[in-house]
Write a protein that binds this ligand. Structure first.
Ligand code: E4P
Length: 222
């Protein structure tokens, strides 16, 4: 499963990128609004930091505006993927932009039918939001499973991008189901590597090593 970071924070992105396992970045207007600086410049800087798909979202709600914004966003950097909300106007805009060879990430997907239409319109990625469904007592992971099952029957060139992943268990479940991509905040990403037994085990290995070295050194001086 490809791992994307869901943030527009350059510090978080630069830090995580040093690990060499980040495949792309998703942003949204809320995430960009949290950062200081020009959103377009931030997007370009993200593209320079991570060589993978970088989603930048349109804010227009009519197809015409979405298309114009999408063309502009795509012109900023070759890594930019145009993120478009999964509404009727978004579907029209996706069809046009995909026809021009631009990659579209249909976002705010909350049902299998929306995902099916996103794929048919030519979206390169569709983003079902797991956590936001969990928030309203609807099992979000079931949506991922349904979409994967549907896409498995056909040849759509559309990757399932499990979004709104809120904790490591979401990541595990998405990977077990075969989601193509999981996008998550830096806090969740950072938690993926943590295990107390690894820390305890490493501490013990190093202590044993030091003890053995000290014993050898002591023997040598006798
Ligand atoms: C995905 O592209 C979205 O930006 C994101 O995953 C939303 O996550 P949230 O529901 O935790 O805000």
């Amino acid at each position: 499963m490809k791992i994307f970071l869901d943030t527009a924070n350059l510090k978080e992105i630069k830090e995580a990128a040093t690990l060499g396992v980040i495949d792309g970045i998703t942003t949204n207007p809320s995430l960009l609004a949290r950062e200081s600086g020009d959103p377009e410049e931030i997007l370009v800087e993200i593209c320079r930091t991570v060589d993978g798909p970088i989603s930048g979202e349109v804010v227009a709600t009519e197809a015409e505006g979405m298309i114009a914004e999408g063309r502009h966003l795509a012109s900023l950097h070759e890594n930019i993927v145009v993120k478009i909300p999964c509404i009727t106007e978004g579907l029209k805009a996706t069809k046009v932009l995909a026809g021009e060879g631009k990659r579209v990430n249909m976002t705010l997907v909350f049902s299998p039918t929306q995902a099916l239409l996103a794929a048919k319109a030519g979206a390169r990625y569709c983003s079902p939001f797991v956590g936001r469904l969990d928030d309203i007592a609807t099992p979000g992971m079931e949506l991922i499973a349904d979409i994967i099952q549907i896409f498995d029957h056909y040849d759509y060139d559309c990757e399932v991008l499990a979004a709104s992943l809120r904790h490591p268990l979401h990541v595990v479940e998405a990977a077990k189901m075969g989601a193509d991509i999981g996008t998550m905040p830096a806090s969740v990403f950072n938690a993926l590597m943590k295990h107390p037994l690894t820390d305890i085990g490493l501490k013990r290995f190093l202590e044993d090593w030091e003890k053995a070295k000290a014993e050898l050194a002591a023997k040598a001086t006798r």
